[in-house]
Design a protein around this ligand. Structure first.
Ligand code: ATP
Length: 306
């Protein structure tokens, strides 16, 4: 669909980075039309996602057989609900997301969406049914119009603008030198982290998937920007099944279930208040984040708002 003239080693770097960080998977599959490890099962049919209910059943997985990264992970996300994944770096949060996108196949256990094992459906239909807002959105060297439209290439211009409005980036685009026709990306107008996230939100709104995967940005945006983005994200997730990899616990206070991962295992689970009451791993993380905020009085405490 899109022609990219870039040095080959860029692909390599990009590919490795994405495999490692779950940066922008949707783009990657378009950028890299190369054979993947995962192949469709013979006679695989398209997935039908109506409700968007997600289940992980006793999922055990390792990138290499000698080292398991997820051990017996079981959870379900009912239609329209939100599950948050938290835990230290390397605990397996992004791996869960990658498996759901079927970057890799699970060894034991199963991942099921609306009753269909994702191993048995076409990858294209699976990925077409899931929206992703990565930490760092990769922009094409193309117009901002194209970059948003990428969420659904058949969308009308008016729909693109509507999505941009809903993602709260329309006014900003209107002030670009050539408005929606402005070239962005590496060789065009550079967008800020927050703006790129809004592009990802607008894309997802256009795509209108039943399931949304969200990898919260670790890099700090200023508090006001963060709040505004949080609002757009919340709107995007309404009535959609959402799985969020959270770094700031303040954003998941209202999650329907929080899974606390450590070394690939779910060590605690429940809603925020429940976990605070347990005085365990989560409660400790919460305390640490509160203390970190207090040490930085210049940053407004965003917790009260949530
Ligand atoms: P972070 O918060 O730092 O993103 P995470 O909880 O998302 O961490 P994962 O990225 O899921 O953690 O990684 C879980 C484990 O799997 C880590 O030990 C990591 O080193 C390992 N791992 C991740 N990707 C690969 C890979 N492509 N090949 C081999 N090992 C990997």
């Amino acid at each position: 669909i899109v022609q990219l003239y870039v040095p080959l080693n860029w692909f390599g770097t990009y590919y490795r980075q994405i495999q490692k960080n779950f940066v922008d998977m949707e783009n990657m599959f378009d950028l890299l039309k190369e054979p993947q490890e995962i192949i469709d099962a013979p006679g695989a049919t398209d997935i039908s996602v109506k409700r968007g209910a997600v289940e992980f059943n006793n999922v055990t997985f390792g990138y290499i057989p000698e080292r398991l990264v997820l051990k017996n992970v079981t959870f379900s996300v009912p239609q329209g609900k939100t599950v948050a994944l938290v835990g230290p770096s390397g605990s397996g949060k992004s791996t869960i997301i990658r498996l759901l996108f079927r970057f890799y196949d699970v060894e034991t256990g199963s991942i099921v969406i609306d009753g269909q094992n994702i191993k048995t459906v076409t990858q294209e239909s699976l990925r077409g049914s899931i929206g992703v807002v990565p930490q760092d959105t990769v922009l094409f060297n193309n117009t901002i119009m194209y970059n948003i439209k990428y969420g659904r290439l058949t969308a009308e211009e008016a729909e693109v603008i509507e999505a941009a409005r809903a993602a709260d980036i329309h006014d900003r685009i209107s002030r670009f030198p050539e408005a929606y026709e402005t070239k962005v990306g590496e060789r065009g107008l550079r967008l800020s982290g927050g703006e790129k996230q809004r592009v990802a939100i607008a894309r997802t709104l256009l795509k209108a998937p039943q399931i949304v995967l969200l990898d919260e940005a670790t890099s700090a945006l200023d508090t006001q920007t963060e709040r505004n983005i949080q609002e757009s994200l919340n709107k995007m997730c309404v009535n959609r099944t959402t799985i969020i990899v959270a770094h700031r616990l303040s954003t998941i206070i209202h999650a329907d279930e929080i899974l606390v991962l450590r070394d690939g295992e779910i060590v605690e689970r429940g809603r925020h208040e429940h976990l605070i009451g347990q005085e365990g791993v989560y409660a400790n993380m919460w305390k640490q984040q509160l203390e970190a905020k207090e040490e930085k009085p210049s940053i407004e405490n965003s917790l009260e708002k949530s």
